[in-house]
Ligand binder design. Sequence first.
Ligand code: ADP
Length: 366
Amino acid sequence: MAKVTLDRLRKVYPNGYVGVDGASFEIADGELLVLVGPSGCGKSTLLRMIAGLEAITSGDLHIGERRVNDVAPKDRDIAMVFQSYALYPHMTVAENLGFGLKLRGLKKEEIDRQVREAAATLELESLLDRKPAALSGGQRQRVALGRALVRKPQVFLLDEPLSNLDAKLRASTRVQIARLHRQLGATMVYVTHDQVEAMTLGQRIVVLDKGRIQQIDTPMALYSRPANLFVATFLGSPRMNLLQGEIGERDGGLDLSLADGVHLSLHPDAESVPRVREFAGRRLTVGLRPEDLHLADAAPGRLSARVETVEPVGSEAFLNLDCGGHEIVVRVPPRDLPHPGATVHLRHDPDHLHYFDPESGRNLHG
Ligand code: ADP
């Protein structure tokens, strides 16, 4: 296995459109790194540049110690798995798995051995004689993974491999990919637009928007310290509540005035106080995740809000509230739920507030 190093990789399409704008990061040897972002953000372009399927406009790409900008895809020692399985319909699973090895001229016994090994890893042994038409979507995707596996590449590149599967199969195949990664200790780059897939699979995640990297970090670090409003609202479902208001001093502390008589007391930590103070008399955006607001009794400094709708989802419920004209969502236990139209009061933990510059979108934590 090998590390992959991107240094200011840039892709300008022939029509002048900048698909990827200066991506620099390293994928460690044996790491599973996820590229995530909304449709059109440039994640496939980036993956295709690593694969050699898209020419690099500028910057340097290394796989291991070798600069591969101008190396043909087949000589980069990578294996790619796509959303569409692209299996040969007239071949059995075993033949599909072994086809690449046959092309390389390996002996039949050696091909059989490697096919059996891959089939055992992916639990495909009982399906080796079947044709793709007789497989479920999840099984076909496992064969596609197996085809990549038998090649024993330096790097696996996976482009939305689970998008064609239904929700249940997606979850189980995701677990299988995570297990496969652990077993092989393989270097993997995984592209998805699905933030749950990114959070659950990635050891580190690269968040992209409009061709630019927004943040690179572990899933929990991205969730608890998003660098900007884009990352803050892209990861997390329901998404982070954003409250914009004017910063002022009240009762000796800082607060956010949301509307006439509607205030949120802030109590920023010592590190944030000077940064928040800079916004005194100006507008600031404060973010609160739905799980960081709790139903409570009325008390000074607590928000009150009107219940619009209640969405029980079994293990929890989401309350959609109107708070002085701001829509907010609160995640609560599914018992003793308030009714639409009721007034509720909310307690929040000041340590879990996020502060953003509304102009630049940057997290004031820097
Ligand atoms: P993603 O995989 O994140 O959905 P892509 O990497 O496929 O996004 O595309 C990034 C952007 O580049 C998109 O806005 C897309 O329209 C544009 N793009 C992709 N291919 C071309 C091309 N051949 N010519 C011009 N623009 C392209």
